[in-house]
Design a binder for this molecule. Structure first.
Ligand code: GAP
Length: 517
């Protein structure tokens, strides 16, 4: 369902700041737009997401290996990849508000409004027909829905053709015909549509004149392609095999907004899977399935994900889909899965003059492998996890609590150890427990304020367990362990704490749910 829960996003942004997850970059200088820093809890959550992805890719699959390529690459890389010539956004300015927009996003927002109308029609009909309602049948036959769908298809087709043919006059004409207004000024007074390259460039070398333009990589994938042969040869890899990489990418996004959803400096987790030509579509299907399983295994709610299959394919792809997530701004792209044919390796062969091939002993011949790519934004994944976990609850006694119901394996702190009072040796006992657990789990010690307040602080950062040390602990070595979600407290022997944490906060059970392709 199309939605735009600005309020929820605002709450998440302020919660993320208040509890040390995400800060605006260089905030003491009023920040830098679309750039963010991860705080003490954010970095732990981010590292846990990375670890989940890395283990699922590299540790679980014997035919996938890792890589950490440099951010700077030879400038010809970006000529070969097509980024110098074609990594552009069509931009349009509103003459009254002076605000700049991506022309395609203006049209997409317009299409989302039509989608909302369809959803409303379905909702009304479901109410009218009750149990007898058949959604598929209704979508297939209702005249109004069919009219909306036709309109969407026609607009999409025209926009695609304007982009492919670089016909920016028609792009502007489309925006005018649809009577799209500037969201800020409400005016329809638009400039021409222009192309804008998204790569950041800088100069290499310190001697003026010797300098040459290099780019901050706009995707990590090219670092994988240029190392294909290095890894294949040194790792004695046989097709099919994959190379996985996590790293920073940079794009001079024009409408960088919606918090960490669209940033200028962000992190990607990408995997290129090299396969025999002709087998790519089977692998593409397998990876689509596999990546959806990876998401769903986290338990954020299956209804929060959907596939968006691309109908209009980029010239180098023979299949492509996004995994969309139900963000506070509605369903948006979280991950892309693309069957990229041999486009990238062949382009690098052409520009470098080096062969990037595989000798197939069964066929007794060399060929350039095809590639299936999975590409997910780490920051977007972070936002998805945060948004799905942010919960406001009214408790039985009427009080409110904000709890981050994070998957325990991703929680920044796995256990907080809290002495009931600051005296009688309780802090020493608490510290002794932490000293025992800290080698395997992230822990926090907190003795300030009443115990209820301390529980709330841990709820707000998503700590799955709180262990409380009281006077009885000194007598019989038992503690209470409190579950974040149920708030139930159980008295257990101290050694049960480790067992509970091992059982409930490790990634292993989540990873077991994912079948290798
Ligand atoms: N190598 C393919 C590639 O880069 P993409 O669809 O441009 O494909 C892949 O990017 C993923 O990277 C997206 O699905 C998204 O999660 C993330 N991403 C892209 N641009 C981003 C941005 N400006 N800020 C945050 N994440 C971004």
């Amino acid at each position: 369902m199309a939605k735009n829960d600005d309020n929820l996003l605002k709450k998440i942004v302020s919660h993320a700041k208040e509890y040390g997850f995400v800060f605006p970059s260089s905030e003491i200088y009023d920040g830098l737009s679309a750039t963010y820093d991860y705080g003490q809890n954010g970095v732990e959550l981010k590292n846990n997401i990375k670890q989940y992805w890395w283990k699922a890719m590299v540790q679980l699959n014997e035919n996938i290996v890792g890589l950490d390529a440099a951010i700077f690459m030879h400038p010809t890389t970006w000529k070969a990849s097509g980024h110098v010539d074609a990594f552009n956004d069509p931009l349009i300015d509103n003459k009254d508000s002076k605000k700049r927009y991506r022309a395609d996003v203006l049209v997409e927002d317009y299409l989302a409004k039509i989608e909302t109308k369809i959803t409303k029609e379905v909702g009304k009909a479901a109410k009218r027909f009750g149990e007898a309602f058949n959604k598929n049948e209704f979508m297939r036959t209702n005249a109004r829905v069919l009219g909306y769908k036709e309109k969407i298809a026609a607009i999409e087709k025209r926009m695609q053709s304007a982009i492919e043919n670089q016909n920016f006059d028609d792009f502007k004409a489309l925006i005018e015909e649809l009577e799209i207004a500037c969201p800020v000024s409400g005016s329809k007074n638009w400039t021409e549509v222009r192309q804008f390259n998204l790569m950041f460039s800088t100069e290499l070398g310190s001697v003026a004149g010797d300098a040459s333009t290099i780019y901050l990589r706009p995707e990590t994938a090219q670092g994988i392609f240029v190392n294909y042969l290095n890894v294949q040869k040194t790792g004695r890899m046989k097709l099919p095999f994959g190379i996985a990489q996590i790293g920073k990418a940079f794009r001079n996004e024009i409408i960088a907004r919606q918090f960490i959803f669209r940033m200028r400096e962000f992190e990607q987790m990408e995997m290129q899977f090299f396969v025999k030509p002709g087998e790519e579509l089977n692998w593409y299907k397998a990876w689509k399935k596999q990546r959806m399983q990876w998401h769903k295994a986290l338990g954020l709610g299956n209804a929060k994900y959907r596939f968006h299959d691309h109908l209009n394919l980029a010239h180098y792809a023979n299949a492509a889909a996004d995994i969309e997530f139900d963000f506070p701004m509605g369903f948006k792209e979280l991950e892309g899965i693309h069957s990229r044919t041999d486009f990238d390796l062949s382009a690098h062969e052409k520009y470098s003059g080096k062969k990037l091939q595989f000798f197939d002993p069964q066929e007794n011949k060399n060929y350039t492998p095809y590639v299936v790519e999975t590409s997910i934004g780490l920051d977007r994944m972070f936002l998805a996890v945060l948004a799905a976990s942010y919960t406001e609850e009214t408790l039985e006694d009427g009080s409110e609590r904000v709890v981050l119901s994070l998957p325990p394996a991703l929680a920044p702190t796995k256990v907080a150890v809290l002495p009931l009072t600051k005296k009688d040796g309780l802090p020493d006992k608490a510290r002794a427990i932490i000293n025992e657990l800290k080698f395997d789990f992230t822990t926090q010690y907190d003795e300030k304020d009443a115990i209820g307040k301390r529980y709330r602080r841990q709820d707000a950062i998503g700590t799955p367990y709180c262990v409380t040390i009281d006077h009885q602990t000194l007598e019989d070595n038992t503690v209470t362990i409190r579950n974040r979600d149920t708030m139930a407290q159980e008295r257990v022997p101290i050694n049960k704490v480790r067992e509970t944490l091992e059982k409930n906060t490790s990634l292993t059970d989540i990873l077991r749910k994912i079948n290798t392709p």
